[in-house]
Design a protein around this ligand. Structure first.
Ligand code: IPM
Ligand code: MG
Length: 395
């Protein structure tokens, strides 16, 4: 296996790094000639967020130690945890810390305790605001099938084998952020309004992210919309088609979202980059998690602004919170994406991904992956196994 070592300036922000040269080496090195200073804000949040984030931080620390980088961690409040402490789902202090970091690692937000709060005092409002504050318009959600998990997918192995999808979800537009939005009127005759809104520039910038990624993958973009019904989708299709002309090597297709949902379970291996708007992306990414075996495996990167935000796709899962049984791999793989996208530390990111693959091949399964009759390990044990695999790769 040929790997390359990157020589870079020490103690500079990732954007300041100067890549001097690349040269092949035959083995992972357990040191870098220069080290990086990684200032990470950790937002554990709610439900299983703190449990999985704890394991992701342990893995990040093992990789930082192994490669000689300095990790500076700051833990801040978001979501229900912040509402309980200071009655604000995104305190100013959290925003400041995030904006002055190399990257942000988030667990999950959401708790039934706040279900009856007004919109701006729900945990989710904190998540939507931090995405907006960080200008994170591009949400990358890879759904890759691990060969060791053939028995975990509800699909037949011959259908799911080889699945490798990159969902590119627009994250700052659509119905999530459009106004007006309201619930008005007297009980019994209330009316609710949400607005789905997209501008050409918003569509164009996310389309470019998708095409750029496709160029480094299998050169296929499937744009998912509902252009037979929604004006937003007609504009979406128009702009994506126009942007696609700048990428003649990429094969562009368009699919209505209902049909795309069906194809995702019928022929998941047909997908390469799936480009879509905010709400369709939310829905299809959970479905993709189910296809590859468990939503607990899925990681995400929310990028495009000055600081990237990294979080597992699974959410707070209050029903299993505090039991020590949640799958930390989505959070751990999010830490890998953090190293790749915010620090340009590709070798370090790949080291985490290989470690995850190795522990799954050895048979390590949390409850969501184990299935009936198979022994499941705890959140902490799974994290520990990944840490050990990282260390083993570095000796
Ligand atoms: C996700 C989540 C969030 C979203 C919620 C918690 C607001 O479901 O990241 O997929 O809808 O974006
Ligand atoms: Mg979701």
């Amino acid at each position: 296996m040929k790997l390359s070592i990157q020589i870079c300036q020490p103690y500079f922000r990732s954007t300041d790094r100067i890549k001097v040269f690349n040269y092949p080496i035959t083995k992972l090195l357990n040191y870098s000639i220069f080290s990086m200073h990684l200032k990470i804000t950790v937002l554990p949040g709610d439900g299983i967020g703190p449990e999985v984030t704890e394991q992701a931080v342990l893995v990040l620390q093992a990789v930082a130690d192994g490669f000689g980088h300095q990790l500076q961690l700051q833990t801040k409040l978001i979501g229900g945890a912040a509402l309980t402490a200071v009655n604000d789902p995104l305190p100013a202090d959290t925003i400041e810390s995030c904006l002055s970091s190399t990257a942000v690692l988030l667990g999950a937000v959401g708790s039934p305790a706040f279900d009856h709060n007004p919109g701006h005092l729900r945990p989710e409002a904190g998540l939507l605001r931090i995405r907006r504050e960080l200008g994170a318009y591009a949400n990358l959600r890879p759904a890759k099938f691990f060969p060791a998990l053939e028995d975990s997918s509800p699909l037949r192995p011959e259908l799911v084998r080889g699945t490798d999808i990159m969902i590119v979800r627009e994250l700052l537009g659509g119905a999530y952020f459009g106004s007006p939005r309201s619930i008005e009127g007297e009980p019994g005759s209330r009316v609710a309004v949400n607005t789905m809104r997209y501008g050409e520039a918003e569509i164009e910038r996310i389309a470019r992210v998708a095409f750029d990624l496709a160029m480094k993958r299998r050169r296929k973009v499937l744009s998912v919309d509902k252009a037979n019904v929604l004006e937003c989708s007609r504009l979406w299709r128009d702009v994506v088609t126009r942007v696609g002309k700048d990428y003649p090597e990429v094969k562009l297709g368009h699919q209505y979202v209902d049909s795309a949902a069906m194809l995702l379970v019928q022929r998941p291996t047909d997908f390469d980059v799936l480009l879509t708007e905010n709400m369709f992306g939310d829905i299809l990414s959970d479905q993709a998690g189910g296809v590859v075996g468990s939503l607990g495996l899925l990681a995400s990167a929310s990028i495009g602004g000055p600081v990237g935000l990294y979080e597992p796709v699974h959410g707070s899962a209050p029903d299993i919170a505090g039991k020590g049984i949640a799958n930390p791999l989505g959070a751990i793989l999010s830490a890998a994406m953090l190293l790749r996208h915010s620090c340009q530390l590709e070798t370090e990111a790949a080291c985490i991904e290989s470690a995850v693959s190795a522990v799954l091949s050895e048979g390590a399964r949390t409850a969501d992956l184990a299935g009936k009759g198979h022994a499941a390990i705890s959140t902490a044990e799974m994290g520990h196994r990944v840490v050990e695999a990282v260390k083993a790769a570095l000796v």
